[in-house]
Write a protein that binds this ligand. Sequence first.
Ligand SMILES: [Zn+2]
Length: 363
Amino acid sequence: MSFLFGAPHRYHQGPGKLDELGPVIAHCGPAPLIVADAFVLDLLGDRIRASCAAAGLSPQIRAFAGEITYPAIDALIAGLGGQIPSVAVGVGGGKALDAAKAVALKLGLPAVTVPTIASNDSPTSASIAMYDENHTMIAVDRLHRSPEVVLVDSALIARAPVRFLLAGIGDALSKKFEVDGCASGTGITPFGTRPGLTGIAIADACYRTLRAHAVAGVAAARRGEVTADLEAVIEATLLMSGLGFENGGLSLAHSLTRGLVKARGAASAPHGDHISWGLLVQLAAEEREEAFLRDLLGFYREIGLPASLPELGMDQPEAAEIAAIARGTMTAPHLKNLARPVDEAAIIAAIIRIEALAGGRDV
Ligand SMILES: [Zn+2]
């Protein structure tokens, strides 16, 4: 069996790391493009400029707002006035990071990501989610090289609203089970190969780290404090989760988002919240024992992850709405990444089982 393992060239994490941005990207060249959310620039622009100046860099700094569309990326590049940067650096939430990655792909530059929240697995990955003007995802483009540097300032993550971290934990928790599904089925990873043992091991470590540290880590985040538990949660949520899915593949939990993004009330819930619920449904579809599901549900309740459709925003889901989620799910390419195939009826049954378990009532 052949496979491919991919990862960022360097991953830095710790409190105050933002002040090292200039030195850690200096080897990429003297003229970085820095793309950041406007409010992030307001908060952190001075520190970004100071660290670049200390390393002798002359950055072009641009605020990015709006959706990641091909015209928006073209406009961002046109605004550089013909000065081709040495590296594209994204600072902020998912959109700023994807904007920097998209510029890097288009101009053939290295990409650097500086996530200021830990709400999903994308900062370490080569994936770029592209949208149209109606906020519909139209493609997942891929960098030819994984990010050159990922720089995570854990003090910024600790101060961000905790709902972002919870979404990131939801996106990370599922990876062990999705990777196992991909490995035992016939699926391939985003790199286009079967999963290797390293990806499987990282996804397993991601789950074990979160079960061991998330209760204390989330409590620290609620206090805005950086602790060893929170550092462990951040590493699992950003590094292990990203390496796990890229080198291990995705499965039913992520397939369910195909239905959820069109579901009444639940559509606008964060991706990671979709995956929290999606993991429970995947485990139910795999016919896991009741005690196993109840144990995981207890963990969800302890840290505050959503476990039912009403908790995602869909009050009193109707049978037709659950069937529509299952129908959307059946269109996902990851669906064959399971030990045993599922059909629409099996997904509906799994959703109903989880709704009854998490809500304590029949639907
Ligand atoms: Zn995800």
